[in-house]
Design a protein around this ligand. Structure first.
Ligand code: HEC
Length: 101
């Protein structure tokens, strides 16, 4: 029992310290973003899709919210992305725009 608790607290501690989306590949995510995401965002923001992430009143305020938002978009749009794709997208968006620690 004691050992299990030790292992669990170790996992929690290291999980909290790891950078968000550390296992994602930002480069792969960037390509996927250009293919599947940017066009629609650009339509809404006068041709500059990046503005959706850089506007002052942007919605996403934490890494958790970013992961959630990517998951919702994926489900809503029926993009059929794999969890790995979502992780890559998260890595790309976080590295390029949000910079959550
Ligand atoms: C069919 C159009 C459309 C597509 C395709 C789309 N989005 Fe969006 N997305 C939107 C709209 C509209 C908003 C703004 C919603 C709002 O203001 O509440 C948005 C907002 C977001 C936000 C939140 C930005 C903020 O305010 O911080 C994220 C993150 C995001 N989208 C990610 C994605 C990703 C990743 C994909 C591709 C997998 C994607 N979206 C594809 C329409 C789209």
């Amino acid at each position: 029992m004691r050992q299990i608790i030790l292992i669990l607290s170790f996992l929690l501690a290291t999980g909290a310290q790891a950078a968000p989306f550390a296992k994602g590949n930002a480069e792969t995510g960037g390509k996927l973003h250009t293919q599947s995401c940017n066009g629609c965002h650009a339509d809404k923001f006068n041709g500059d899709g990046a503005k959706i992430y850089t506007r002052v009143d942007r919605k996403v305020k934490s890494a958790d919210q970013l992961a959630q938002r990517i998951g919702t978009c994926n489900a809503m749009l029926g993009l059929n992305l794999f969890p790995e794709d979502e992780l890559n997208l998260g890595a790309y968006l976080n590295k390029t725009f949000y910079k959550f620690k």
